[in-house]
Design a protein around this ligand. Structure first.
Ligand SMILES: NC(=O)c1ccc[n+]([C@@H]2O[C@H](COP(=O)([O-])OP(=O)(O)OC[C@H]3O[C@@H](n4cnc5c(N)ncnc54)[C@H](O)[C@@H]3O)[C@@H](O)[C@H]2O)c1
Length: 347
């Protein structure tokens, strides 16, 4: 059997190589770089094919495909959300993804995206807060201390200058894990016994819990004026975190309305309730925060362009560092029409 040709191989970033890459570049550097990459792609929003992600729901969770293309490169992510997984020792969210050359349709990168999703979600959250949060915000409440939590804390430190994070989770072991993992981070870490205690003195409130139902992580009386809410955990039909009354007095910013209206906190509102698209704030087409007393809400659900930007970043870094393996992934017969002959000759 002859060895596969050069065209057969696609660079593959395993979990082990993603960890090496992130630690080599530096965690806060990666978060800052991803924030810049995602912001660049939000600035050229009009160049992308956009579609709400394709979701397959079950009683226990969701499996989604998230495609987009800028005409030169195509990307997609496979991602799941299974809030019950954790008690069985499994991740709530796992993901992998791919980039391909639009000219030939040939894949140019395959990558793990469980870690990359946590990184890009945190970078996107901090990017939104950069535009929307009160100036000089230094304290953030972080409610939900699971897999995504430390990434959120570090992104807000690196990108928004957050100095103190106040943690709350229904499971104190999750909070203890965050405090242990972040002890050398330079962030002032406060464990709180209730969500109310966590939001005391916080200018930014991040909710990143997982539950396959409508939950009320924040009720209306808990949210004072002038704060920015980064709502990350409400990202599926029937799965939200904020009381509707908070939405009614917030200025709401979203990624892609056709997707967020189905999946985000705003599923609780009328379908024509006014929202602002984040890309419009970044390009100056729409205003972000306009008053100190305003409550701003980033109703994050995660959009394909963020994953595309993250994969493009990894593609560039892999070319520089070689942190990948080559997968024999594309059948490449000598004569393109002789796929069958290639199979016969392999016997
Ligand atoms: N918006 C996005 O782009 C995006 C991206 C990734 C993940 N997510 C979502 O973020 C959420 C968190 O993901 P994860 O991987 O960290 O999940 P995880 O299961 O690892 O952690 C969730 C944590 O929330 C805690 N929790 C549940 N109910 C709570 C409550 N009422 N109050 C306080 N804490 C509570 C759990 O104890 C757990 O520690 C999920 O809902 C996931 O779907 C969103």
């Amino acid at each position: 059997m002859t060895a596969p040709s050069k065209q057969a191989y696609v660079p593959f970033v395993s979990v082990a190589n993603m960890m090496k890459l992130v630690l080599y570049v530096g965690l806060e550097r990666v978060l800052t770089d991803l924030c810049a990459e995602i912001e660049d792609d939000f600035r050229r929003w009009g160049e992308f094919d956009k579609t709400p992600r394709v979701a397959s729901h079950s009683d226990v969770g969701v499996i989604e495909l998230m495609p987009t293309s800028d005409g030169e490169t195509y990307g997609f992510k496979y991602v799941n959300g299974h809030p019950g997984n954790m008690k069985n020792g499994l991740q709530t969210v796992t993901a992998f993804g791919l980039l391909a050359d639009v000219q030939t349709g040939y894949p140019i990168l395959v990558s793990e995206m469980t870690l990359l999703t946590a990184l890009r979600t945190a970078a996107t959250s901090a990017m939104a807060a950069k535009w929307l949060a009160p100036k000089n915000a230094r304290v953030m409440a972080l409610i939900g201390n699971g897999a995504q939590a430390e990434f959120q804390a570090l992104a807000f430190k690196a990108i928004c200058g957050i100095e103190e994070v106040r943690f709350y989770d229904i499971d104190p072991a999750a909070t203890a894990k965050c405090l242990e993992n972040l002890k050398g981070s330079g962030i002032r870490l406060i464990a709180c016994a209730t969500a109310e205690a966590a939001i005391e003195g916080a200018q930014i409130i991040t909710t990143v819990t997982a539950d396959k139902q409508y939950a009320t992580i924040l009720s209306d009386n808990m949210v004072g004026t002038g704060v920015h809410i980064n709502g990350v955990g409400g990202d599926c039909p029937g799965k939200t975190e904020l009381h509707r009354d908070i939405l009614l007095r917030s200025s709401i910013f979203v990624e892609y309305p056709p997707q967020t209206r189905v999946e985000g906190e705003i599923q609780a509102l009328d379908p024509d309730h006014p929202v602002t698209e984040l890309w419009q704030v970044i390009t100056g087409v729409a205003a972000g925060r306009t008053a100190a007393a305003e409550v701003t809400l980033f109703d994050s659900v995660g959009f394909a362009i963020e994953d595309f930007a993250a994969l493009r970043y990894v593609h560039g870094k892999v070319a520089q560092t070689g942190f990948c393996e080559q997968l024999d992934m594309i059948a490449d017969p000598d004569d393109p029409r002789d796929l069958f002959g290639m199979l016969l000759r392999s016997a």
